[in-house]
Design a protein around this ligand. Structure first.
Ligand code: 13P
Ligand code: SF4
Length: 303
């Protein structure tokens, strides 16, 4: 912490000067999450809270699709992403042209896009969802079948929670797809009374081996409400570091899969982007209008 103090101090000073807020995803490192963020949460909370700020500048300490979502909801504000290379394997797994082909193949079937997609993909779909509201969004459409993209495992998990038939795309999160059911069973063998909570981007055998499945915010709430003596969070490993700081009585068993994209955001590049007001997120107006509609429809179902 003392090592980070000069950067934290300067970022917090510049935030006031620029009338800026920092939105940070739950996967950001503790010095960002606890040191400089104004608003923290899962993708859903970051999208919803982006609509409520009266700041002039939003710095998105997260990945590029999150910054695009914040820009869609705040077209008049300056939205900064400290490293434009902070991508996402899910967002990269599908293009707008792929969605148009899916629509030709399944005429009349509505398309739900996980927020982990580009603005161009969001512009082609009927509605967005996050892992925090996917079941409610799918059921809000009132149809017997929906297409859910791009995360195959989230789609499969949603299919276990609803009677709506789900047609999935085969995208995967490069962080969560590495966990295995065997790994979870091995942890259970090594640690007594282990409570396993997993993100729905994990493969089905991992989710079957877990005690609870939910978005990153629901995982945080689970630990705060239940206060388990020992917990394994099957997700990106900075989550455990952040939650552990608020839950000293819980022991965190830490399998460590880092998201290389999330880790591109650092205190140094946050400071640089506040100094220069670059790199800014911009979205072509004809794409933005249609993509915004998909995000706003989602927020109308469950913010
Ligand atoms: P949530 O925070 O919405 O659960 O998403 C996890 C994730 O992988 C974001 O990139
Ligand atoms: Fe994308 Fe997975 Fe990284 Fe989230 S953790 S940003 S889904 S690659």
């Amino acid at each position: 912490w003392p090592f980070h103090a000069p950067l934290v101090h300067e970022i917090n000073r510049l935030k006031r000067e620029r009338n800026a807020v920092i939105l940070a995803h739950n996967y950001q490192t503790p010095e960002i999450f606890h040191g400089v963020a104004d608003i923290v949460g899962d993708s859903l909370a970051l999208a919803a809270k982006a609509t409520q700020t009266d700041a002039d500048v939003i710095v998105l300490a997260g990945v590029h699709f999150m910054a695009e979502t914040a820009k869609l909801l705040n077209p008049a504000k300056t939205v900064l992403i400290p490293d434009t290379g902070a991508g996402c394997s899910l967002a990269e797994s599908i293009t707008a042209a792929d969605v148009r082909l899916l629509r030709e193949r399944y005429p009349g079937v509505p398309v739900v896009a996980y927020v982990n997609t580009s603005a161009e993909v969001k512009a082609e779909v009927d509605i967005c969802c996050t892992s925090g509201n996917a079941v409610e969004v799918v059921e809000s459409l009132g149809t017997p079948r929906v297409i859910m993209l791009p995360d195959e495992y989230l789609a499969k998990y949603v299919a276990t929670q609803t009677s709506v038939e789900i047609i999935a795309w085969k995208g995967h999160c490069e962080v969560h797809e590495r966990f295995t059911g065997d790994e979870i069973r091995e942890f259970r063998g090594r640690f007594d009374e282990l409570v396993v909570i997993a993100h729905p981007e994990c493969p089905p055998d991992v989710l079957e081996a877990a005690d609870f499945v939910g978005s990153t915010a629901r995982m945080v709430d689970f630990v705060a409400d239940r206060r388990p003596p020992r917990v394994l969070m099957v997700t990106e490993c900075s989550m455990s570091d952040n939650v552990a700081a608020a839950s000293p009585e819980t022991e965190f068993v830490r399998p460590c899969n880092l998201c290389p994209h999330m880790k591109k955001i650092t205190l140094a590049n946050i400071l640089e982007s506040l100094r220069t007001l670059e790199p800014q997120v911009s979205i072509a107006p004809e794409v933005a209008e249609r993509a915004r509609r998909s995000v706003e429809r989602m927020l109308a179902v469950k913010p």
